[in-house]
Design a protein around this ligand. Structure first.
Ligand SMILES: [Zn+2]
Ligand SMILES: [Zn+2]
Length: 345
């Protein structure tokens, strides 16, 4: 089968590999019908994910059809259409029992797919702990509607959940890339009084204005002044930082009102400074991520009910054989790309 593979720092290649085999009774084999490229794949390519193993098939955002299950898999069966969770987790350890599945203690726990074990930019993928990591897609939900459930939409849902958003809140979301927009969609479900999105790119700002007209969009230069002037208590009640740029962490806490929650979803290339003397007395609560991707069934239900629609994010479609071109477009942000869909064979 074709499998897009991490060769070495800076290099991925489309290789011919054998179809994966089940290794454990809790495994399932999934035929990938639709996948995507995530910014985290680029982080692997550029060496900022040191635990990524050269030789592995990349890709951790996909949907497909179950082909085969091990003897201990009970929640899915061959023929089921499923979303694949970015995180594999045992469901039994201390962290899993508390919903903190990103820190599952199993050797395959956390983000392993397409990082430490073979992922889904391929024709088939072996999924460990399939009862936890696979969710059946309702019949009325298409593959494209379900494509982001296991990764960026799970992240947006989790970010909105842990941010404790209330109906009279002003919420600032920094960054309107794919994960930022998923965070926005899930924040909208909480019905806060005012949502402000900070985005540098004019194309992305326009996308948000066109699709979500009730949301205010500002650029980074105007952001702090706008937020401080337009929130009731001298800053946003909740700030969700999804951008991960050089100065967006600082922007996040500066835009927060005293006693606000600042949720940091962004993955930074560089260490960030937490200048405690400057924020002394502001009494902020910081929450930091890695997604705990354990709400996928609920997210699929919301999609089936028409409450979340991420299909406008899919701006480009390529067959797996042309994945090099898909990466070129995505990595260089050409042609107004937000997300690409990679079609299985
Ligand atoms: Zn990802
Ligand atoms: Zn666990």
């Amino acid at each position: 089968m074709l499998a897009y593979t991490y060769i070495e720092h800076g290099k991925f290649s489309l290789l011919e590999k054998p179809v994966p085999q089940l290794k454990d009774p809790k495994d399932a084999l999934v035929r990938v019908t639709l996948g995507s490229i995530c910014t985290s794949d680029l982080h692997i390519k550029h060496g900022s994910v040191p635990r990524a193993v050269p030789g592995i098939t990349v890709g951790h955002e996909m949907v497909g059809v179950v082909e085969q299950v091990g003897a201990d898999v009970h929640n899915v069966k061959p023929g089921d259409r499923v979303t694949v969770n970015v995180e594999t987790f045992c469901g039994e350890c201390f962290f899993c029992r508390h919903g903190y599945v990103n820190n599952c203690e199993d050797p395959d726990g956390g983000w392993a797919l397409g990082c430490r074990i073979d992922g889904g930019q391929a024709e088939y993928v072996r999924v460990p702990h399939a009862d936890q990591g696979l969710n059946r897609i309702p019949d009325e939900v298409t593959d494209e509607q379900a494509l982001f459930v296991g990764d960026i939409l799970a992240t947006g849902f989790w970010a909105a959940r842990i941010s404790e958003i209330k109906e009279d809140d002003t919420v600032l979301i920094i960054g309107a890339g794919p994960t930022g927009i998923c965070t926005l969609l899930c924040t909208l479900l909480k019905h806060p009084e005012h949502i402000i999105v900070c985005e540098q790119s004019e194309a992305r700002a326009r996308f948000v204005r066109e699709h979500y007209p009730d949301v205010t969009v500002v650029g980074p230069e105007a952001c702090k002044e706008y937020v401080l002037q337009h929130s009731r208590h001298g800053g946003a009640d909740v700030v969700i930082e999804v951008a991960g740029a050089a100065d967006t962490f600082q922007l996040a806490w500066e835009c927060a009102r005293p006693n606000a929650i600042v949720t940091v979803v962004a993955l930074y290339d560089q260490p960030q400074i937490l200048p405690l003397p400057d924020m002394y007395g502001k009494n902020l609560t910081f929450k930091t991520g890695g997604v705990d991707g354990c709400d996928c069934a609920e997210i699929l239900q919301l999609i089936a009910e028409g409450k979340i629609d991420t299909t406008p994010l899919i701006t480009h479609r390529f067959p797996l054989a042309d994945i090099e071109e898909a990466y070129r477009i995505f990595e260089n942000r050409l042609d107004g790309v937000i997300k690409v869909a990679i079609m299985g064979v």
